[in-house]
Design a binder for this molecule. Structure first.
Ligand code: FE2
Length: 205
């Protein structure tokens, strides 16, 4: 190979090595979808108060039973960019294991101080926040919080969030369906923050 050919070869190699990898590096893995389950409360089943604090229902004094926690996070697109004005909905059973749903009559009494369903809308940084209770197990399921993301009323994601290291996870038929390497994307790691335990999670739609 002559000098000119060598120079071209070196340039080509250097070019390949310095190709921008931004797209690749920023590409975010979509949050795994999961079943909506049978207890998504339709608007007619909800309290008038559907704000992001599920522990207090407006106009009532008592606070929901259970361990009060905060759940914060961001909604991101597949490029890792924040999504503004996304509606994030959560719903979960109360401390007695009962959902805010007419179809859940499982014999357990309902905690009438628990809102059961709430929503928040993401800000310019894609951030949302909730105050709720740490999920508890019910019937055959490991503890989980159901979650939906909608944009302009159109569903983008329906999933379920789990508690890190909960002993019930490994035996849960829906948790086991999530590929091992994607489980952390739907796992809440609650940390003591001085106030209420806090978990933060990014949702990629
Ligand atoms: Fe559920």
């Amino acid at each position: 190979m002559n000098d000119a050919a060598n120079r071209i070869r070196r340039k080509l190699l250097f070019g390949i090595m310095t190709l921008p990898i931004t797209g690749l590096a920023n590409a975010a893995i979509r949050t795994p979808d999961a079943s909506e389950g049978p207890f998504y409360p339709n608007p007619g089943m909800r309290f008038d108060d559907i704000d992001n604090d599920l522990v207090i229902i407006s106009g009532r004094i008592e606070q929901a039973g259970g361990e009060i926690v905060r759940l914060k996070g961001r909604v991101l697109d597949r490029d890792g960019k924040p999504v503004e004005s996304a509606q994030v909905e959560i719903w979960q059973c109360d401390v007695n294991g009962r959902y805010l749903h007419r179809g859940d009559s499982g014999g357990r009494s309902r905690d009438n101080a628990f809102q059961g369903f709430g929503h928040d809308v993401t800000n310019a940084d894609g951030k949302f926040t909730f105050r709720t209770i740490k999920p508890v197990p019910y019937t055959s399921r490991t503890p989980h919080i159901h979650l939906k993301v909608l944009i302009a009323g159109k569903e983008q994601l329906t999933t379920q969030l789990y508690l890190a290291d909960h002993p019930g996870n490994d035996g849960d038929w829906l948790y086991r369906r999530i590929p091992q390497q994607k489980r952390d994307l739907v796992t809440m790691h609650f940390k003591k923050t001085g106030q209420e335990p806090l978990a933060e999670i990014d949702l990629v739609i």
